[in-house]
Design a protein around this ligand. Structure first.
Ligand code: ATP
Ligand code: MG
Length: 277
């Protein structure tokens, strides 16, 4: 991929692009002519009904699933044409946070976070530990949990450890599949903020699939909504709120009404608060 960064053939191309992608499993058609571009540096969130193909699309981005028709490109290069070295390169640039935490229960936090560093780098033990601690701090965790096991941690902490493992290799893109699934409301907000902060601090492109509409609208630069087997609607959160298509509103309005009501209540409480003397 370095050619792209140095102004080679992929320069100027979107980071990822789906062109006319179709996919079926037997008679079950999942995608019909999906087109989508994802530019570097942005946070893009996929939304849509359960089973519409969000996870499938994320897997296509890293070459784990191939389209039946059409192309998925990374920096202008069709993933289907990549050799093993190029695929490895793509996957080392793209960290993937799975729908479950996917931590190794038999390994302590230290070894879970170090996993990719041990596999893919020549760092010595001391440097690995230093990097593990740095990554834990990035996600708001202390080195005190280095020797704890996943089973000892809360759901929110496990999700953070999983994020720490993903950022350890310094990916340019982080792909998050349902990063808030199974968490309580407080942790949903915290993980949302953390994803936003990691994108800003590390300069990564973030691609998410989520059912958390409120968080999606709070942290995304662009939203892409599936409907009828394709990415039917895309836009900034403001554009999606003002979208003319009734299908968009049927999907997002209830969640966003809650946010608006909470914001109105907070504003009212503030205006009624006694003026400090
Ligand atoms: N390997 C596979 N073989 C057969 N069917 C599959 C396979 N992978 C996915 N599917 C089907 O493709 C459809 C899309 O699945 P996918 O997991 O991408 O949905 P999703 O939008 O991520 O759903 P959720 O919101 O519940 O996570 C589902 O109907 C699923 O059963
Ligand atoms: Mg899914």
């Amino acid at each position: 991929m370095s050619a792209a960064r140095e102004g080679g053939p992929g320069a100027g191309a979107p980071l990822f692009e789906l062109r006319g992608v179709s996919k079926a499993f037997g008679t079950q058609v999942i995608f019909r002519d999906v087109n989508l571009r994802i530019d570097a540096g942005q946070t893009l969130t996929l939304i849509g009904e359960s089973g519409c193909g969000k996870t499938l699309l994320l897997k296509m981005l890293v070459g784990l699933i191939e389209p039946d028709e059409g192309e998925v490109r990374f920096r202008g290069r069709p993933i289907a044409q990549m050799d093993d070295a190029e695929l490895l390169d793509l996957r080392s640039h793209a960290g993937y946070v799975f729908q479950s935490d996917a931590l190794f229960d038999s390994l302590p936090v230290r070894e879970n976070v170090a996993y990719g560093l041990v596999e893919h780098t020549d760092l010595d033990e001391e440097a690995v530990t230093a990097r593990v601690i740095e990554c834990l701090r990035h996600v708001g965790l202390s080195e005190r949990i280095l020797d704890a096991y996943p089973v000892d941690l809360s759901g929110g902490m496990r999700r953070r450890v999983s994020l720490a493992r993903t950022i350890a290799l310094g990916p340019e893109v982080i792909i998050y599949d349902e990063p808030m699934a199974g968490l309580d409301p407080q942790n949903i907000t915290r993980i949302g903020r953390l994803i936003e902060r990691l994108s800003d601090e590390l300069g990564t492109t973030s691609i998410l699939a989520t059912h958390e509409i409120v968080t999606a609208f709070a942290i995304s630069d662009r939203i892409a909504m599936f409907d009828g087997g394709t990415v039917a609607y895309t836009g900034t959160p403001d554009e999606m709120r003002a979208h003319p298509a009734p299908a968009v509103h049927a999907f997002i309005d209830e969640a966003l009404r809650v946010v608006d009501e909470l914001a109105a209540l907070a504003a009212e409480a503030e205006s009624n608060a006694p003026v400090p003397r």
